[in-house]
Design a protein around this ligand. Structure first.
Ligand SMILES: [Zn+2]
Ligand SMILES: [Zn+2]
Length: 163
């Protein structure tokens, strides 16, 4: 397997994972595993959430795929495994750190990307129950949020330029 093929599979996996995460969130977390996701929409007075269990949905397959490459020399599996791992890390960073600020090792970001995903996810959380929520994606959200965030930023910039 060439390096180019490896990287292509890695990036493809990363992209497909956004769709998988959307599917998992919409049909599993807001479906038969709502019992684990519920405390993310209705927070309890503690730092950890049952919802954190879903990290295993990324971690276990990724670990097994990477391990299988070490044991049986399967570079394709490793490319997929690292793609899932990278997506899991990006998801963690965007969802736990940037949006919910459960860890505060970076300043609250104010760039248009983080504002767009933040706004979309806040709309998701405005519904406390299992049904009728929207915006199940995480790294990619509806264009309207990106457009709004960009507009806001361009507005800020031109106001700054005038003063
Ligand atoms: Zn949800
Ligand atoms: Zn959330």
């Amino acid at each position: 397997m060439s390096f180019f093929e490896w990287i292509t599979i890695f990036i493809l996996t990363f992209c497909i994972m956004e769709f998988n995460a959307w599917f998992l969130h919409k049909y599993v977390m807001h479906g038969f595993l709502w019992v684990l996701h519920k405390d993310h929409h209705q927070p309890k007075d503690r730092w950890w959430q049952l919802n954190d269990f879903f990290a295993l949905f990324f971690a276990i397959p990724s670990f097994l795929l990477i391990l299988s490459n070490h044991l049986y020399d399967k570079p394709l599996n490793a490319a997929i495994g690292f793609g899932i791992m990278a997506y899991g890390a990006a998801y963690f960073f965007v969802h736990e750190v940037m949006i919910h600020r459960r860890l505060k090792f970076i300043k609250a970001s104010t760039n248009w990307y983080s504002e767009a995903v933040n706004a979309a996810h806040k709309v998701h959380h405005s519904v406390k129950g299992k049904h009728h929520a929207e915006n199940f994606g995480m790294l990619i959200v509806s264009m309207k949020y990106f457009k709004n965030a960009r507009k806001k930023h361009n507005g800020l910039r031109s106001r700054k330029a005038k003063t």
